[in-house]
Write a protein that binds this ligand. Structure first.
Ligand code: ASP
Length: 338
């Protein structure tokens, strides 16, 4: 039977109410162990549970936390058959995407999960989600990739988004089929398998302020755009455009700013603001001008995947044309090919 390492990082699943709102519960690890021990013997994969201190609300997550996870995985990789990461839901899709790009090809599954209601609270989804993640990670045909298990769904991590604030079905992958679905049994389906390989378990050199997001909206001024793009620290930008990838014209001034920025080496990726679908930069004249300004079409990348892909590639030292080429093609199944 598979042997798993469960890594607990924080998040609602391990919190308890306090007068100040939900805070991490010091009893969570013991509560979870006790709840898992109540499952019929031999029906769940063997496992160890490791708590990563300090526990965080994942809204406080910074890229350094991804290096911390990589360090723990590096130490444990040879000793386990799969890994389950217990994480807050707010930035769970970012961590799943970032890990997929950091680790590269995998020979073992890494499954993230969390919960909308803490373990021990009435109607908590925590135990079901943890058990689903364990069953997915321990499955003999588990996808060798970073996945999210949540509310009976198994999703490709770098395709997933937190789509609902309240619903227990909080995660979905609007641009890709699910990897699996749990009814009475866990049924693996969906996407063609990614190439299997030995993971890169080295740390990356993340720097704050290298990546920004520019969300186009009516009323955006050329001065606002220029201020953001002229930041000398900035190395990569996710441009959130309308529909199939259309930016506002701003009398040609947006394009001028973008062209100047790409000429000085900034990597700009165009991602749609729509909840579902792909960018097609050539469809309208407005979008086509982005192509001419050197903006890379992000295809059907989620914003989370676009941001973390840029962050990880920059942290791995990619620059210039190599960076642009890597952004334009799928690395770990995160986007459709051009
Ligand atoms: N703020 C919490 C977190 O992301 C929300 C959750 O876990 O559901 O850690």
């Amino acid at each position: 039977m598979a042997r798993l390492l469960l890594l607990y990082t924080g998040g609602t699943l391990g919190m308890q109410p306090s007068p100040k709102g939900y805070v991490p519960s010091p009893q969570f690890a013991e509560q979870l162990k006790a709840a898992l021990a109540l499952q019929p013997a031999g029906r769940l994969p063997d496992h160890d549970l490791k708590t990563l201190h300090p526990l965080i609300d994942s809204a406080d997550l910074a890229p350094a936390a991804w290096n911390r996870l990589v360090a723990v995985l590096a130490e444990a990789w040879a000793s386990y058959d799969g890994f389950v990461i217990l994480h807050g839901t707010d930035t769970l899709a970012y961590t799943a995407s970032a890990l997929s790009f950091l680790l590269g090809p995998l020979d073992k599954p890494v499954v993230l999960t969390g919960a909308q209601i803490p373990l021990g609270e009435p109607r908590s989804d925590a135990l079901n989600n943890v058990i689903l993640a364990m069953q997915a990670a321990g499955h003999p045909r588990a996808p060798r990739e970073v996945c999210i298990a949540f509310h009976d769904r198994l999703l490709r991590g770098n395709r997933a988004r937190k789509c609902r604030t309240q619903g227990l079905d909080a995660f979905d992958s609007p641009n890709a089929p699910w990897l699996g679905e749990a009814g009475i049994e866990l049924r693996l389906c969906g996407l063609p398998a990614l190439p299997v390989g030995t993971p890169d378990l080295t740390q990356a050199d993340f720097a704050a302020g290298h990546v920004a997001v520019l969300h186009c909206h009516p009323g955006l001024s050329p001065q606002q755009v220029a201020r953001q793009l002229d930041d000398p620290q900035l190395q990569g930008l996710v441009l959130m455009t309308y529909g199939v990838g259309n930016p506002p014209g701003l009398d040609g001034q947006l394009l001028d700013c973008l062209r100047r920025a790409t000429e000085r080496g900034l990597a700009i990726v165009n991602v749609t603001q729509c909840g579902q679908g792909t960018v097609q930069q050539g469809a309208y004249a407005t979008g086509r001008r982005l192509e001419e300004a050197g903006v890379i079409a992000g295809q059907d990348l989620t914003p989370e995947a676009a941001i973390t892909k840029l962050e990880v590639l920059l942290a791995r030292g990619q620059r210039g044309q190599a960076l642009r080429d890597a952004l334009a093609r799928p690395l770990r199944g995160e986007m459709r090919a051009h």
